[in-house]
Design a binder for this molecule. Sequence first.
Ligand SMILES: Nc1ncnc2c1ncn2[C@@H]1O[C@H](COP(=O)(O)OP(=O)(O)OP(=O)(O)O)[C@@H](O)[C@H]1O
Ligand SMILES: [Mg+2]
Length: 399
Amino acid sequence: MSVDAPTVSATTEPAGTAAPRCAIVRLRVHCFRNYPEATVRFGPGLNVIHGQNAQGKTNLLEAIATLALTRSPRTTSSGDLLLWNEDAALAEADVARPPADVTLSVRFQRDPSTGRVSRVTAVDGKPRPARGVLGVCPVVLFWPEDLALVRGGPDGRRRFLDVILAQTDQQAVAHMSRYRRVLEQRNALLHQLRLGGGARDSLNSFTSELAHHGAWLGVARSRLVEALAPLTALSLHDLSGQRERISVRYAPAHVASIPDTVEAAEQLLLGSLRDRSSEEVARGITLAGPHRDDIAFDLDGRAARGNASQGQQRSIVLACKLAEVRYLQDAAGVAPVILLDDVLSELDPQRRGSLLALLAEGRHQVLVTATEPLTEVADFADVLHFTVRSGVVTRDERG
Ligand SMILES: Nc1ncnc2c1ncn2[C@@H]1O[C@H](COP(=O)(O)OP(=O)(O)OP(=O)(O)O)[C@@H](O)[C@H]1O
Ligand SMILES: [Mg+2]
């Protein structure tokens, strides 16, 4: 199935801004989640994807996020992405962006003997490691889980930062993946030591490696938060017109703040790990490092998590997502694709109106899913409407 839309080329300049936009022109999914086979041609502006519950709206946006981020932001197990009872899956997208349009693809294949699912990412048909794909098509994904960014646990906040870093900072990506690997190895060793086994000597080399990659990651995240903070404050002001002062800062678990240089950050982290080594062995886990860090949001000097109202917390979340859009646009030099999964229905009329006003500016390609008709977008220029039913996407006549 294929549906047509106006063509968009790399030279498409969004109105009123210097940054050209990045846009998904065509998406093809094969045996991906509940899609046996589908090809969708999106428009360069607003694309509204309607559908009842459990039809495939989120799966469609997940396919795009998986292409852009090289892995699904929704599951850590690639096997979940394969259509049930299938052994292979593909997602592929033609992306319009300067200086040249590209085709991104990601192929998943299950090994029949081990059951393991491998993944190959490619640009223009040539296999490329994740670092060669990340940032090619910057995306900002905003889905219901994000609404818990302020009140939820710290993993969501760390993920918020890491998804931005992944798309803008290749060095941070390399250190992030090495940090994760060495953290797993170090935790496995600590677990063995706790049970009376394992080689204590190996702990020192894991500790140095962990401190090195952890310092890079901590400094990169801390600088990112510094850059996001004024953008968040600006967005919050635009959104609510309220006078509250928001302060956003990176909150490392083991020290008061992260030093500016990686060398100093590494020494501090090494010291913290050494100080906690007996407790680490007793508990069998690593107790300091960026996997335990957080972001602190204060509203008028008080922790927003415990003090701000639910509405204020939602405004902060929305402000963070708008800051993410602005930051990515500056860092990547192109306006990111915005993926909004079912969040409009979660917002009250004022916040919904503010978000729709951003969409109406027409600077970004936006893919938005909804179970109810979005009456407010009727007057927007450049809107296409699609309906999803049981893994089949059709373009609506009105679009
Ligand atoms: N690997 C898979 N193979 C086949 N179907 C799957 C797979 N993974 C999920 N599904 C099914 O896909 C369907 C659509 O899921 P999706 O999350 O996209 O729904 P949705 O349209 O976003 O619904 P909602 O409005 O409730 O969020 C669900 O019924 C889900 O069980
Ligand atoms: Mg959904």
